[in-house]
Design a protein around this ligand. Structure first.
Ligand code: DLZ
Length: 292
């Protein structure tokens, strides 16, 4: 399955390498994992969308290194400001006129400008006139739990099931990079008590997300619907009012057999799934915070 594309651009000199890296960082590229050995070094820059374009017939009229952007005019201003700054090489205005082309329309329904940072090191920035060109940019959470703290609230009622849900959650957290000391487990008597314990933990603000685990069996539970609604409402309310993501891992099943299936037997492990949702939401919260 295809995951992404990496285009490797050889940069002639160390100075040009540093300069290009500085520009990309100034424009807000996300840095990827770099490398360095005796023979050279590499810097990775990540973008939400990548294309590899093969061309035949005629030589392309654009630089080999092209960055697709939104708000091309703002990017133009940012590049110009960077060129004037010391990090960008403190180019003189006359030099900028030569090296930085004006934004111009292309014959492929786009606008483009190019910048020559050093001899042989030219790159282009372009924006499609079709605002929906390419994949819409969306903020998505990473599935890395490294460096994050989690609380798990687990009901003791129906422990034969909830213990399995707990194992599923711990499995997901550990496999995603969470450390054992960053996971707090709180046991409560039954599903009814989950919302208040979740809220106590969320209010401490010492965790990035709370995972709630329990099982309500219709056959065993008087006023099943009323209890279920309160538990769901309480967990949702705690998430909204504290701003701490809460993952919902409270099973509602007709029978014990059905619950066992959802706790790792036949239908996945809902504890695992809830932990993955918590990890993703903790990351989304970080990212949305960064955007602001
Ligand atoms: C009392 C009760 C019943 C009948 N059924 C369940 C259930 O299916 N799942 C569950 O997690 N808890 C149940 N409980 C216990 C309540 O959630 C609660 O812990 C007690 O009523 C004490 O407040």
């Amino acid at each position: 399955m295809i995951k992404g594309i990496t285009a490797v651009a050889a940069v002639a000199s160390g100075e040009a390498f540093e300069r290009l890296g500085s520009l990309f960082r100034a424009l807000g590229f996300e840095s990827g994992k770099g490398w360095e050995d005796n023979g050279g070094k590499g810097s990775a820059f990540l973008a939400p969308v990548g294309n590899l374009e093969l061309v035949t017939g005629r030589a392309p009229a654009v630089p080999a290194l092209l960055v697709e952007v939104t708000q091309l005019d703002a990017v133009y201003d940012a590049v110009r400001a960077w060129m004037l700054s010391t990090e960008g090489g403190a180019f003189r205005t006359e030099e900028i006129v030569v090296r930085l082309t004006a934004v111009a329309a292309t014959h492929w329904n786009s606008r483009l400008f190019t910048v020559e940072l050093a001899p042989g090191l030219k790159l282009g920035f372009w924006e499609s006139e079709n605002a929906l060109h390419g994949k819409p940019i969306a903020v998505e959470g990473d599935l890395s739990a490294a460096g994050k703290r989690f609380a798990i609230v687990v009901a003791r009622w129906n422990a034969v099931i909830t213990d399995r849900l707990l194992q599923g959650s711990l499995d997901a957290l550990h496999r995603s990079g969470a450390k054992a000391e960053d996971i707090e487990i709180v046991r409560v008597p039954g599903a009814w008590e989950i919302p208040s314990a979740a809220r106590m933990l969320a209010e401490t603000k010492r965790v990035h997300a709370v995972i709630t685990l329990g099982v309500l069996l219709r056959g065993e539970t008087a006023h099943y619907e009323a209890i279920y609604n309160e538990v769901a409402r309480g967990i949702g309310q705690s998430a909204q009012e504290t701003g701490v993501p809460h993952a919902f891992g409270v099973l509602t099943c007709e029978t014990l057999e059905q619950a066992l299936d959802r706790a790792g037997l036949k239908a996945g492990n809902k504890g695992f799934e809830a932990a993955i949702a918590a990890i993703e939401m903790a990351s989304i919260q970080d990212k949305i915070g960064q955007v602001r």
